[in-house]
Design a protein around this ligand. Structure first.
Ligand SMILES: [Zn+2]
Length: 331
């Protein structure tokens, strides 16, 4: 299952404004660190290094993610078609499945990659329609993306659809992606999604690059939000996000979502910590400390020795190289 919180963005003149702001902050930071006399400023910067770094990473990811990529694809609704033994209602999905699934084997997401039996777009009722981007049923070997990707302008974005498809296909690989507490296997699935998108990006898939940065922006923004909330400045998040990362449509949608979640703030906090902070930490350890992800999947060497497959974050590390120092400071 993949959750969505309206992170679609429009850049336009925002990028210029934010570049100026980031450069200003960087200069301020540099001056504060390098000038021994400016003790007060230095303290402020040092105390807030994690917060400022996380903000800067979010901004960098936002710029790299770019604008939404229109998703205008063939869709046969309830009339499935057969593509290489897979049932689908959109060949856009099966074309990507054929690119994503082999990458799982190459990137050590799993030992023997499995294709889905069915892959399609589907409408979801009620709450699920607005917040659930996709779901998978490993026991049936099928995966579904929310039809809103095709019928709702606010959802129409190939970056998000690709990330959701990758996520649901990883659930179908079993092992640690379906076993344990939901937040545990969702964390592992999210982390593996990011690494798979990074791998496809490094292989030359531009849509995967943009999807990678959009996913990473999503995590970083929520972590930034949680840091502000923990520091007692939670109300600043929306002001900053409205200024830098949202257009007026996004702003209204975010406000609407916050009215929905106001009834259950604890559940929202749980979702943020379980589904965003969790993978962010796994990826950070993977990139900075070379800690691979335990896939929970067994594999055999050519000599017949059994071992648990470990997934490294090498491709994510390559893409995050420009912000590596900020990543250290954000810890
Ligand atoms: Zn999931």
């Amino acid at each position: 299952m993949k959750i969505k919180f309206g992170l679609s963005v429009s850049q336009e003149e925002r990028s210029v404004l934010t570049r100026i702001l980031v450069i200003f902050l960087a200069v301020l930071w540099g001056v504060a660190i390098l000038t021994p006399g400016v003790v007060a400023a230095k303290n402020v910067v040092e105390e807030n290094a994690a917060l400022l770094s996380t903000f800067a990473i979010a901004e960098y990811a936002h710029l790299r993610a770019g604008d939404p990529i229109p998703l205008d694809v063939e869709y046969t609704e309830q009339k499935p078609i057969n593509v290489w033994g897979m049932q689908t209602n959109s060949p856009w999905l099966t074309t990507w499945v054929k690119k994503i699934v082999p990458a799982f084997g190459y990137e050590k997401v799993c030992a023997v990659p499995k294709y889905p039996r069915s892959i399609g777009f589907t409408p979801n009722p009620g709450y699920r329609s607005f917040h659930i981007a996709g779901f998978a049923r490993p026991f049936l070997a099928d995966a579904w993306l929310n039809e809103r990707f095709l019928i709702d302008g606010r959802w129409n974005d190939a970056r998000d659809a690709l990330a959701t498809l990758t996520h649901e296909l990883i659930h179908l690989q079993g092992g640690g992606y379906i076993v344990g507490e939901p937040e545990e296997f969702e964390n592992r699935t999210q982390a593996a999604t990011v690494e798979t998108l990074a791998a496809m990006c490094n292989y030359g898939e531009e849509t995967a690059c943009r999807a990678f940065w959009q996913e990473y922006e999503g995590y970083t923004r929520i972590v930034f939000r949680l840091m502000l909330e923990d520091a007692g400045h939670g109300d600043w998040y929306n002001r900053i996000a409205n200024l830098l990362w949202r257009d007026s449509m996004d702003e209204r949608a975010a406000e609407k979502a916050s009215r929905f979640w106001a009834e259950d703030p604890d559940q929202l906090d749980y979702i943020y910590r379980a589904y965003y902070l969790g993978p962010w930490k796994i990826i950070q350890d993977g990139v900075l400390l070379d800690v691979p992800q335990d896939t929970g999947i067994m594999n055999w060497t050519t000599l017949g020795e059994i071992y648990k497959l470990q997934m490294p974050f090498d491709d994510t590390g390559v893409l995050l190289r420009p912000v590596r120092l900020l990543l250290w400071w954000s810890r």
